[in-house]
Design a protein around this ligand. Structure first.
Ligand code: ZN
Length: 394
């Protein structure tokens, strides 16, 4: 995938990722992989190649995915996979995500260092996929949620060591497990797991090395523990309360609601394909999630797009569904939901992608329709451009 030396994209509507109303009749000029200018269509910008689109958006940023997982109905079975099988799966999921318009992902936990190695292979141009911000292995308490792929840790000093291990392996960020979760048998989503003290120690260590920290937190108290410990983002957050919303606001912490994760399990609850405990836990969370996340959004908590892709029926190449759910469940406008999945997610990850303006990476999607009148147009971009290279053109 080589960038075209210069590329002009002429579009009827330009959604720049900020949530501002779209600009009409604009041309995005791309040179050496970056956007160098956004001009009017009648400015007659010339380039080696010119493409046309009805509308253009930034490439999507998925702030929460697991590249080793592919949406299997029974996640329990993936623990039986060999490291080599996991590698093959990760490569394929990264490719599918990019071709569907996801140009950056944060991988929040896997058994091996697949996402780390894949990040480097993609950056080197030998493999096709999004820019990857990997967390390495998630830090969980002994026997905690996801322990079979995580780094079990107990006590503040061991938490610091566990962070150092992820950094040594090449991780860019850190993932903490603050409460139980849906996909681990016996882990109760509402109950605390890592303590506030353990999380604070991990965060101090991570920030020493410039690494940001995300916490899986579903239970009310665990969400507040993670917020007070100082995480950059709460993942899921389904059982948050008013006090938690106040701490989010005070600290400027992001919320990545992963609406698709519980929704996809819920939508397939009667298929008979998922373990009973998974269906039971997701069903119990479904209404609370809709209510609480909506409340947090209306209160002004910063919502960043992330789907937890890889969980049951929640595919890497279907990230547009999370954008649709932010629209239908949180009642964000389609443009605002797009902004959550581009600009806001980019800010959370600390990357400069996610906004279409001069001096940003040329990660953009060419669409056949207008997402404000046709929310489904984001599901199948006509072309995906990453770093100035055309990944796919349909
Ligand atoms: Zn996850």
């Amino acid at each position: 995938m080589q960038p075209t030396p210069s590329l002009a994209v002429r579009t009827g509507l330009l959604y720049d990722g900020t949530g501002k109303p779209p600009r009409r009749n604009a041309t995005v000029l791309v040179e050496r992989g970056r956007i160098t200018r956004v001009a009017n269509n009648d400015d007659n910008v010339t380039a080696d190649r010119t493409l046309q689109a009805s509308s253009v958006t930034p490439g999507l940023i998925n702030a929460h995915c697991h590249l080793e997982m592919s949406g299997e109905a029974n996640t329990g079975l993936i623990v039986l996979m060999t490291p080599i099988q996991r590698t093959l799966v990760s490569v394929e999921n990264a490719r599918k995500a990019l071709l569907a318009g996801v140009t950056t992902v944060r991988d929040l936990g896997g058994a091996d260092s697949n996402a780390i190695e894949l990040r480097d292979a993609i950056a080197a141009g030998t493999h096709v996929g999004p820019t990857i911000i990997p967390a390495g292995r998630a830090l969980c308490m002994t026997g905690g949620h996801g322990y079979f792929i995580g780094r079990e840790t107990d006590g503040p000093w061991d938490a610091r060591k566990a962070v150092r291990e992820q950094r040594k392996a090449g991780a860019d960020c850190i993932k903490l497990i603050a409460t139980g979760g849906v996909l681990t048998k016996g882990a109760v989503p509402g109950l605390d797991q890592l303590t506030e003290e353990e999380m604070r120690a991990a965060i101090v260590e991570a920030s020493t090395h410039g690494m940001r920290v995300a916490a899986h937190a579903i239970g009310t108290n665990g969400i507040k523990n993670a917020l007070r410990a100082g995480v950059n983002s709460i993942e899921h957050g389904h059982l948050l309360d008013d006090e938690a919303i106040a701490i989010f606001m005070e600290r400027g912490t992001y919320l990545v609601p992963t609406i698709a994760a519980v929704t996809c399990i819920f939508e397939h609850a009667h298929d008979g394909t998922q373990p009973d405990f998974v269906v039971r836990k997701a069903t119990a969370l479904y209404d609370a999630m809709r209510h609480n996340i909506g409340k947090a959004y209306r209160a002004g908590v910063m919502i960043a797009g992330g789907s937890d892709a890889g969980t049951p029926y929640n595919y890497h190449e279907k990230y547009a569904y999370e954008v649709e759910l932010m629209n239908t469940i949180l009642e964000m406008s389609p443009n605002r939901a797009l902004s959550a999945a581009t600009k806001v997610a980019g800010e959370l990850l600390g990357v400069d992608a996610g906004v279409l303006e001069a001096d940003r990476p040329a990660d953009l999607l060419l669409l056949d329709g207008d997402l404000e009148t046709d929310a489904l147009t984001l599901r199948a971009p006509r072309a995906v451009i990453k770093g100035g290279a055309i990944a796919i053109e349909r």
